[in-house]
Design a binder for this molecule. Structure first.
Ligand code: HEC
Length: 103
């Protein structure tokens, strides 16, 4: 039992920074940076959004809506094509990461 408690405590300690790091890694691995620029700061096109510093809850919802098709306007079709690459947990990790990047 003691071992389990220690493990739980350890997981809680390390999980926050790991999540942030994963988001940064995913942003490159899943090709997000190709359109939104490194750290979401320099979009490829003037009509593509900057993502750095965006509110995490908002960004998460937009990604889910673009993936599901609920948000279907402007240039969403360009992005929808890559959204099968990320699951809900990865979307959340990326949203958390983006919210912490200084714009
Ligand atoms: C092919 C280009 C492309 C790729 C790749 C791409 N996006 Fe996008 N993304 C866009 C465009 C264009 C929009 C704006 C859609 C619109 O006009 O409604 C957008 C919108 C968003 C938004 C909503 C921004 C807002 O202010 O509402 C978020 C968050 C986002 N992208 C994150 C990501 C993440 C994370 C990835 C990688 C998994 C990704 N995008 C991959 C082009 C892309």
């Amino acid at each position: 039992m003691k071992k389990v408690m220690a493990f739980v405590a350890l997981t809680a300690l390390v999980s926050a920074p790991v999540l942030a790091a994963d988001g940064a890694k995913l942003f490159g691995e899943k090709t997000c940076n190709a359109c939104h620029g490194p750290e979401g700061k320099k979009p490829l096109m003037p009509n593509y959004p900057k993502l750095a510093g965006q509110n995490a809850a908002y960004a998460e919802q937009q990604m889910k809506d673009i993936k599901s098709g609920a948000r279907n306007n402007g240039q969403t079709a360009a992005m929808k094509g890559v959204m099968h690459l990320v699951n809900d947990a990865e979307i959340k990790a990326i949203a958390d990461y983006l919210s912490k990047v200084k714009p």
